[in-house]
Design a protein around this ligand. Structure first.
Ligand code: PEP
Length: 257
């Protein structure tokens, strides 16, 4: 997209122990040249328990690869057994956090209000949230996908201040495309990303919305990334399965801008 730096985010989901995580970071770093990492912002999202190892690998070799978490608690500390807080992630050097991924909305019944509380928690700790929205297949078949995603966007960003909106990242991830191999067409991705940006312009203003990165996610591969990333309102990708294979992930990073 115009003037916006392409962002490629690798969501490892619940895969790789900390030793496997270190090995994958090293492979990615070995393959990508510093100039390539300067052109395309590259961020990986390992499981919580891998973050310390990933931090050590990235800091130790001063690698220009960012990292973040796949979720965070809406609370900053206290009696929330099993949860991980924004201050903990910030202390480990995380820059980003994924919020509202469809797998969390499904597995943990997260709704837009909880997602909005997590977005607020991210900003309290200086983390940039990547806020995910996307429709299930029946919603698209019924033709209600744009309306659905715009409502999710508004609900998930409720209470967000303009100064925060400036840095927020949105990911359009149609649920029917996640982990299925059925990538959305570049045109469908573009249409939704443009609709999301237009709503952001309505919620804030056009200039602010023009600076917000909107990603596409859902079975992005090296073979589809190039076309997706050239669409005017698609500013990069949130990549699941393909981010676990070093050669595939680095080829996706090379597909932008
Ligand atoms: C994701 O987890 O955000 C995702 C898009 O997964 P995949 O690339 O495997 O479809």
């Amino acid at each position: 997209g115009t003037g916006r730096q392409t962002l490629v985010a690798g969501n490892w989901k619940m895969n790789l122990n900390h030793l496997e995580a270190i090995a994958l970071v090293q492979k990615i770093a070995y393959d990508l040249k510093p100039a390539e990492l300067e052109t395309v912002e590259t961020v990986i999202f390992p499981p919580f328990i891998d973050l310390r190892s990933v931090q050590t690998a990235i800091d130790g070799d001063k690698l220009a690869i960012g990292y973040g978490a796949q979720d965070l608690s809406p609370f900053d500390s206290g009696a929330h057994t099993g949860d991980v807080s924004g201050p903990m992630l910030a202390k480990l050097g995380c820059g980003y956090v994924i919020v509202g991924h469809s797998e969390r909305r499904t597995d943990h019944h997260e709704d837009d209000a909880l997602v909005a509380a997590k977005v607020a928690a991210a900003y309290r700790s200086g983390l940039t949230p990547i806020v995910c929205v996307g429709e299930h297949e029946d919603v698209r078949v019924a033709g209600n996908h744009v309306e659905h995603c715009l409502a999710q966007l508004e609900g998930s960003l409720a209470g967000l201040k303009p100064a925060q909106a400036k840095t927020v990242v949105i990911a359009y991830e149609p649920v029917w495309a996640i982990g299925t191999g059925r990538t959305a067409s570049a045109q469908d991705a573009q249409d939704m990303c443009a609709a999301l940006r237009e709503r952001l312009a309505g919620l804030f203003d056009a200039e602010l919305a023009a600076g917000i990165r909107v990603l596409y996610g859902g079975s992005v591969k090296a073979s589809s990334a190039g076309e997706l990333f050239t669409m005017p309102d698609v500013d990069g990708g949130l990549v699941g399965g393909a981010s676990l294979v070093a050669e595939e992930f680095t080829a996706i990073v090379r597909s932008g801008p």
